[in-house]
Design a protein around this ligand. Structure first.
Ligand SMILES: [Zn+2]
Length: 290
């Protein structure tokens, strides 16, 4: 499920899976059966994430609640000193939160709703579709197995829950590896709303590749392992990314542009340290020890 999200559906969101845009759109309806909402996903991914990658207050993929503290200007709470411990217990709920909470917040949330920055009004038919497909998703994943499999209901529920935990951990590894490590940049805008770097330069500064030579990582996450290619050439299918990455790397070397690629475990360890440092740093400042 998560491998399809990351690769096939991601390509379709960019119109890169089929030649005709309507075929890409039709394909995205399969995404709905997995619990996602393709209308929302396209606004989030294209209009907010790709257009404003790593820009605080605009890139919806780095939007945080107060539970996590990544940016120095985020509010600081005492419990953030345990960030590096409890976040690894929260990350396994990523897909459940995404499918059954965050989508509803994006549709109906009034406070700090990023979707409303790029969409004047959410079409009513999309709201009905969202409700209908969320119900369908739960119906075939939970109710049909409960009726047909002659298993206690809690076994089915446990299986469904375990599926979400596993896919969340697989997904979170890719997300934190490409964006939120210790060298991550989160460029802000000036008072006119402009970024200082050019579009290409910005993408190369804020986006990273990971484990580009690993067969397993590429099988699972090719859209993420070769993430700079996705950001510079979003309209190209992910099977071409390794070839594009070679060109990007030599171009970056020739013109002295930033190109970063980590091993996946380095990126995950680095994310762990960022969680730890933010908490510790913040607490020292808060208690006035510095
Ligand atoms: Zn993309």
């Amino acid at each position: 499920m998560i491998v399809l999200f990351i690769n096939a559906f991601h390509d379709a969101t960019h119109g890169a899976l089929f030649k005709k845009s309507k075929h890409n759109e039709w394909f995205m309806y399969i995404f709905e059966f997995f619990g996602g909402n393709h209308w929302l996903c396209m606004r989030r991914h294209i209009n907010l994430h790709h257009a404003y990658t790593n820009v605080p207050d605009w890139d919806i993929d780095i939007k945080q609640s107060d539970i996590i503290r990544i940016f120095p200007n985020n509010p600081l709470f005492d419990y953030h000193k345990y960030l590096h411990i409890y976040m690894w217990m929260i990350y396994p709920f990523y897909s459940l939160n995404w499918i059954y909470i965050r989508d509803f917040k994006d549709f109906f949330g009034k406070k700090d709703n990023y979707i409303k920055k790029v969409v004047d009004k959410i079409p009513t038919d999309q709201t009905y579709k969202m409700f209908a497909l969320k119900v369908t998703n739960l119906f075939y994943l939970l109710f049909i197995p409960m009726m047909l499999l002659h298993q206690p209901w809690y076994i089915i529920l446990g299986g469904w829950f375990a599926m979400h935990l596993c896919e969340s951990m697989l997904g979170v590894v890719a997300l934190v590896s490409t964006y939120v490590d210790e060298d991550a940049h989160f460029p802000g805008t000036d008072e006119d709303g402009n970024l200082s770097a050019t579009w290409v330069m910005h993408q190369m500064i804020v986006t990273k590749d990971f484990s580009i030579d690993s067969k397993l990582a590429n099988f699972l996450y090719r859209c993420f392992t070769h993430h700079i290619a996705d950001h510079l050439f979003p309209g190209v299918g992910h099977t071409y990314y390794p070839y594009i990455t070679l060109i990007i790397r030599s171009y970056a070397q020739e013109y002295d542009l930033p190109y970063t690629s980590y091993r996946f475990y380095h990126a995950v360890r680095s994310h762990f340290r960022i969680l730890k440092n933010k908490g510790v740093q913040g607490n020292i400042m808060m208690t006035g020890e510095i």
